[in-house]
Design a protein around this ligand. Sequence first.
Ligand code: GDP
Length: 323
Amino acid sequence: MDVPAFADRVRSGDRAALARAITFAESRRADHQAAARALIQELLDETGKAIRVGVTGVPGVGKSTTIDALGSRLTAEGHKVAVLAVDPSSKRTGGSILGDKTRMARLSMDRAAYIRPSPSAGTLGGVASKTRETMLLVEAAGFDVILVETVGIGQSEITVADMTDVFVVLMLPGAGDELQGIKKGVLEIADIIAVNKADGDGERRAQDAAGDYRAALRILSAQGGAWTPEVLTISGRDDVRLDTLWERIVACRAARERAGEFAERRAKQQVRWMWDMVEARFRDRLAGHPELAGRVPELERDVAGGALAPTLAADEIAKVLGF
Ligand code: GDP
């Protein structure tokens, strides 16, 4: 591969080159991954300039509807918008429901938008790392807004909050029990809570829910930084207050930038990425080790059954791996 030439094509916004670069990054083949890394290194100066926004919420809350409307609004204003998905449950064959182009009818037809479904799961660390590489590639291709979509599965929200500048949680205007089913940890990492479906009959309930979330945030929020988390009501379907949502996202990032927290956050994310890569490679090595392939299931069974202490099993694995 001619890395400088390929990098030029990505820089010029060539969508086929971008898609190919992302496919390399997502590939399990070592030579493809090495090519993607070389490419990213070549493009490094062009990365990091986008505003990176995480968006989460339970299935049905309106993520794709809201991203479609918000994204279209932004491309109309001259932005280039990339939508990436992090779905730790996506299988190699089945693909991800997140980032599915059919869910974003307008954006998927929009030349100023790029939608990429979740890389298939090996491990969450792997998915996250590949999404970070994709993020850098789309930045180098000139996308200045990156929306990273995820659902509340396992650690996925923390993972996405860890790779973005601003984290938006979409909520439903539920009837009573507003906080049911919402993981406490999610409120703690939210920069903006947007109660969706504030339209028609839902408007009133959305306002009530917003009040509950404001109260909850006052208790739960662990943030002492430049930004105090905010709650607003929106309608992704009817494009109600999506302009305000965007304005508050930009305000959050600006507040952090002014306080020096933005650079600090990005720097920490880079270091955490490095360690995630180390862990992911370690796990790959483990999974592909010929001696361990047959032995690990036995160890797991013995540990699960109480026949073997977890510490001894860990010792055995570490010894085979050479440390
Ligand atoms: P996702 O699973 O979070 O991506 O949710 P979708 O965007 O697919 O939306 C789930 C359902 O809620 C769909 O039937 C949408 O039409 C509907 N929906 C999404 N946003 C709104 C909204 O702002 N108001 C109303 N009333 N319905 C909405």
